[in-house]
Write a protein that binds this ligand. Structure first.
Ligand SMILES: CC(C)(COP(=O)(O)OP(=O)(O)OC[C@H]1O[C@@H](n2cnc3c(N)ncnc32)[C@H](O)[C@@H]1OP(=O)(O)O)[C@@H](O)C(=O)NCCC(=O)NCCS
Length: 401
């Protein structure tokens, strides 16, 4: 990496890409696991379905596909990237970093690589860090990734959490330029009063994994839904507003907000707080649920590929999450939106592999309750997997377009 230098620079988004697993888990599927129903989930959250990674997929594998798509969209080669920042709360391992696995999987030999831990705000925090590296002159092309495999950390007996989350990955490439544009004002907050509002108790130094922690279900995500909801509705709009103000702009100057996709009612509160119509908010949480750090970059890639962002538009990414954290970045869009679709098409998930360790095989990673329900007749005909021994055979499924 370069040493910092004082010359004025900007960090433009030159590439973007996303990857979501094929397997769909609908609200109706969840009705067969916990005491819930589609109407309740749609009314309280706006979520209709979410994606579930197959047994052979990992946070790193999904991240690598999204990353290569972003790199192709930018018209770059993997070795042009000189820093990889990967935001996740579901890394493949405690160590090495998932960013290091992604570096190897995409064929990069030069970049420094590290993970960023800021839960659902992680991608915005990583983006802000990337912008700082670029504007200081320390990096020229930074790959920023948000990737999560949350369905392996959910308690499928807890209806208040298991309905909310899904799997996926998104990535952007930020590139240095002397031309004004790209990321402008940034705002980030952390409120430690929220530390135990969304948490995963066991597995860390305070409660190392043991038969006891597993018996108590402490390896699953826990959440105080109401407190989290209150924090989100209070904070998202003010965080976004501060980022817009630091860019010398007004909310009415923003073509599209890309909020963290946690709950439609929270997104509606952001629109209300900014006094803007819902048409200015991008929403895809109905399809994917909450994918934590992956939600903003997946939404950004979809928004651009769907023609919702044009060159010259101002766009705001805004997120909140465990910590409590929140973050927002205002971006002046400068890259031809049409490039994204070609970038996506250039990379097939089948061509991307993450190297496995020698002489070690993980246990079946899919939680039993989830594996059982996915093997029953459902909505799509995507085989669960044939890689992991003992996985239930997929039953016949109806295909719908
Ligand atoms: C989780 C959340 C959807 C719950 O909605 P809510 O309106 O607060 O619902 P409540 O928790 O008050 O529960 C209302 C009732 O529905 C029940 N309920 C909870 N989950 C349910 C489900 N999946 N299906 C049916 N009923 C459910 C509760 O048990 C409660 O029943 P009771 O009144 O008999 O006790 C909402 O609090 C939320 O979205 N919070 C923020 C979560 C979030 O965004 N987390 C990620 C942060 S990055």
């Amino acid at each position: 990496m370069n040493q910092p230098d004082p010359q004025q620079r900007y960090a433009h988004v030159t590439g973007w890409g996303r990857y979501v697993p094929s397997q769909v888990l609908t609200n109706h599927d969840l009705e067969r696991m916990v005491d819930t129903n589609d109407e309740w989930i749609v009314a309280r959250t706006g979520i209709r379905e979410r994606r579930v990674a197959a047994a052979h997929e990992t946070t790193a594998s999904m991240a690598a596909v999204a990353s290569l798509r972003a790199i192709r969209t930018a018209g770059l080669e993997p070795d042009d990237i000189d820093l990889i920042l990967l935001a996740t709360l579901t890394p493949d391992y405690w160590m090495p970093s998932t960013a290091a696995l992604v570096k190897e999987a995409i064929g990069n030999t030069k970049a420094a690589a590290m993970d960023v831990a800021a839960a659902c705000s992680g991608f915005v925090y990583a983006y802000a860090s990337a912008q700082a590296y670029i504007t200081s002159g320390m990096a020229r092309h930074v790959l920023v990734i948000g990737a999560e495999l949350l369905t392996r950390f959910l308690d499928y007996t807890d209806r208040s959490t298991c309905i909310l989350f899904g799997d996926g990955a998104g990535a952007v490439v930020l590139s240095a330029s002397d031309e004004r544009g790209g990321g402008l004002g940034i705002e980030m907050t952390t409120d430690p009063q929220g530390a135990y509002m969304i948490w995963l108790p066991a597995g860390g130094a305070k409660a190392p994994p043991s038969a006891g922690t597993i018996a108590r279900g402490e390896h699953y995500i826990r959440m105080e839904g109401k407190e989290t909801y209150r924090f989100a509705t209070k904070t998202m709009a003010t965080t976004a507003l501060e980022s817009v103000r630091r860019s010398g702009l007004d909310p009415s100057d923003i073509a599209l907000f890309i909020p963290h996709q946690a709950n439609i009612r929270i997104v509606e509160a952001v629109a209300k707080g900014l006094d803007l119509p819902m048409e200015r908010m991008f929403v895809n949480l109905d399809k994917y649920g909450n994918t934590s750090a992956a939600s903003v970059p997946i939404a950004l890639a979809e928004a651009v590929n769907e023609g919702r962002v044009q060159v010259g538009d101002n766009v705001v990414l805004v997120a909140f999450g465990a910590g409590f954290t929140s973050g927002a970045v205002t971006i002046q869009w400068t890259t031809d939106p049409a490039r994204g679709i070609a970038g996506d098409a250039a990379v097939s998930p089948h061509d991307v592999t993450v190297r496995l360790p020698v002489d070690w095989d993980s246990v079946d990673p899919i939680p039993d309750a989830l594996a059982a329900i996915m093997a029953q007749p459902g909505t799509v005909d995507v085989p669960l997997d044939d890689v992991v021994p003992g996985e239930p055979e997929p039953a016949h499924r109806e295909v719908h377009a």
